[in-house]
Design a protein around this ligand. Sequence first.
Ligand SMILES: [Zn+2]
Length: 322
Amino acid sequence: MTAPTRSTLALDIGGTKLAVGVVAPDGSVHGLRVIPTDKHEGPDAVLARLFAAGHLAIAEAGHDVGAVGISCGGPLDADTGVVMRPLNLPDWDDVPVGPLAAREFGVPAHLVNDATAGMLGEAASGAAVGARNAIYLTLSTGVGGGAVLNGLPHRGAAGNGGEFGHVMVRPFGRRCTCGRLGCLEAYASGTSIAARARDAVASATEPTVLAALDTVRAEDVVAAADAGDPLARRIWDETLDVIGQAVTDLVNTFEPDVVVLGGGVTRSGGELFDRVRRTIDATAMAPAAAAVRLERAALAPYECLVGAAVHAVTRIEETTHV
Ligand SMILES: [Zn+2]
């Protein structure tokens, strides 16, 4: 792989935020902008604001841009650049984001699953540099995943491989956004942590500081658990247990060099990493447990932007050199 000489415009489409930046060949991000998605406006209006922010980023960075890389929640078709009703953007029904971006900016544009992008960013210039086998898990509004296997990004048949948020951690458990029961995402996303706490508060027979809050957010649960609130402690303990179990399954399955954890839930503090590490050491197969490093996403919160640029450059090289 030859080093790219031109920068890449990177666009990250999230359910709550749009992030835009120009990624230089050395991985540095310029002209960074983060704006609300305001998804109720629909895909046409959101894309118009996203593209306008992209033009501003290019102007501010002053770089020559040779490609556009777009990261978005799945499902999507990475080959055609079409977004197919992501769980966090349910109105986006077969929206050809890739072709629209290519026409808007006059350069090739490539679409990639946002968690796959996070993995690519961390592998290129973050916590997974040099790893032949790496797993990335983002614990955010939802739970996403990506993998590098034998030195290559794992894409799956249509670019949606590595949906580690939808591995089962509680058979017949809570209903997930995907419709299945008991997925990791139904317990460990910020949304699910808050929802589980609200359910527990509604049926609580014990006093809890969470009962006094108008809206319970995941960070409120973590803060209350840290302060010794028993109800919050139970919710957070169960969350840490299921994350530890899921990561242990991934360690056993792939025997990775490194597992990288990113997303807002990981900003809760060191307890999450300590507990997951202890669960791996106590319950994973011994050689896999001994081999694996557990790391915080080094590029957070912009690993998806860097990874979207890496993906675009890689796909252009593949189509140019084969
Ligand atoms: Zn699911």
